[in-house]
Design a binder for this molecule. Structure first.
Ligand code: ARG
Length: 393
């Protein structure tokens, strides 16, 4: 029998896929759960459910450190946000796909499979990565068979496949964020119910006492909180905890999917909002006006590449080189205040600051103010010419 490696989460789609691959495709199924910071219970459940459904082997791969260091930190340096969504699911997919390819090589498999439907973004992200790294045949059974959610549930019931009962929403969670979509949220005018939030307090329930926090950055990435050093993984977890407690990082947007469909998305990304906001404010202190202007475009292109599943497009790597070079000076600390859903920058400092306090000060006598007269005269010359031509009309 041909071996197939299935990216597995124990959710409805991937659970149904195990049986479909065995029954309809006549394959030996090996499942892989890549841990990128989804709830621990889900990782454990994956192993249990995989064996329950009857796979020949199951792998659990802890990729959390790698995800934090090599993916999330790149997203921090590039301020990676797509249409208001701090990229989280999109960021994890290429890493998950690479791990699946590794297992496929180890197991001498013929095919790789995923549970994506034909409507979403993840099929692009998985498949573009798999094709960049290998020649494996790719199978998407849910998409192949054009299954609806109801049909999947029926199939699961008929075959005794355990269906997760936590929620009717489609939820994806990793270290950098939690996304909630589907069910009642498919109506863009329906409010996200309070009990569907899991990482963030509402501003009403957040502590009355504000929290002041100092975040230290080195080369564009966070390294310490209030003077205490953390590993990449731990600082992300800690920021999620602190910002989530104070109600930071709830996002409700309409998002344009790769295939052009609009979709209504809810996110909880407390750590990402906290870190990226602080990071941007430090950039304002240390980067030049030209660099800042340019980096807005870099960030947008970078985010679009990642969102669109083009992690392995060489431009992404080209941009990383540019970004890394700029980020060498994004070193310093940012002080923020978190209070009932509000995040306020209180201060920032850096050894690479370009701010000239003495020169900008109202008390400065050293700079000769009259020197600026010539600059202004020439500065507006084109606008003045244009207006005078119009006046003479
Ligand atoms: N819209 C986001 C993205 O494309 C999140 C999708 C996550 N999937 C989910 N089933 N909640 O990256």
């Amino acid at each position: 029998m041909e071996k197939v490696i299935l990216a597995f989460s124990s959710g409805l789609d991937t659970s149904v896929c195990v049986k479909l691959l065995q029954e309809k495709y006549d394959m030996e199924v090996i499942t892989v759960c890549v841990d990128v910071g989804q709830p621990e219970e889900e990782v454990k459940r994956s192993e249990r459910v995989a064996h329950e459904i009857g796979v020949s082997k199951h792998y659990t791969i802890d990729a959390k450190e790698e995800f934090a260091k090599d993916y999330i930190f790149k997203a921090v340096k590039s301020n990676a946000v797509y249409e208001g969504y701090p990229l989280s699911t999109a960021l994890a997919r290429p890493l998950i796909a690479m791990k699946i390819v590794e297992i496929a090589e180890k197991e001498n498999a013929i095919s790789i499979s995923h549970g994506c439907t034909g409507k979403g973004n993840d099929q692009f992200r998985f498949e573009c990565t798999i094709r960049s790294a290998s020649d494996y045949n790719i199978i998407g059974p849910v998409r192949d068979l054009n299954l609806t959610r109801t049909e999947e549930i029926e199939y699961a019931k008929k075959h005794g496949i355990p269906i997760p009962i936590f929620s009717n929403f489609s939820i994806d969670e990793n270290l950098w964020g939690r996304s909630i979509e589907g069910d009642m949220l498919e109506d863009p005018n329906v409010e996200m119910p309070e009990d569907a939030f899991n990482w963030t307090k509402s501003s009403a329930d957040a502590p009355d006492e504000p929290r002041v926090l100092e975040i230290e950055f080195e080369n564009g990435v966070p390294v310490a909180l209030d003077g205490k050093k953390f590993s990449p993984l731990d600082i992300i977890k800690e920021c999620n905890k602190i910002a989530g407690l104070h109600g930071i990082g709830r996002i409700d947007i309409m998002e344009d999917r790769i295939i052009g469909l609009k979709s209504r998305e809810n996110y909880e990304t407390p750590g990402a909002v906290l870190i990226i906001t602080a990071h941007k404010s430090l950039e304002q202190l240390v980067l030049t006006r030209e660099e800042l202007k340019f980096s807005v475009n870099v960030s947008e292109t970078y985010s679009e590449l990642v969102y669109n599943g083009l992690w392995h497009e060489p431009l992404r790597d080209d941009l990383d080189h540019l970004i890394d070079n700029m980020q060498k000076r994004v070193t310093g600390t940012v002080r923020v205040r978190l209070h009932k859903g509000n995040l306020r920058i209180l201060g920032r400092k850096s050894p690479f600051s370009l701010y000239q306090e003495q020169a900008v000060s109202f008390e400065d006598k050293e700079t000769d103010q009259k020197e600026i007269v010539g600059m202004i005269k020439n500065y507006g010359v084109q606008a003045a010419c244009f207006q005078s031509v119009c006046r003479k009309g």
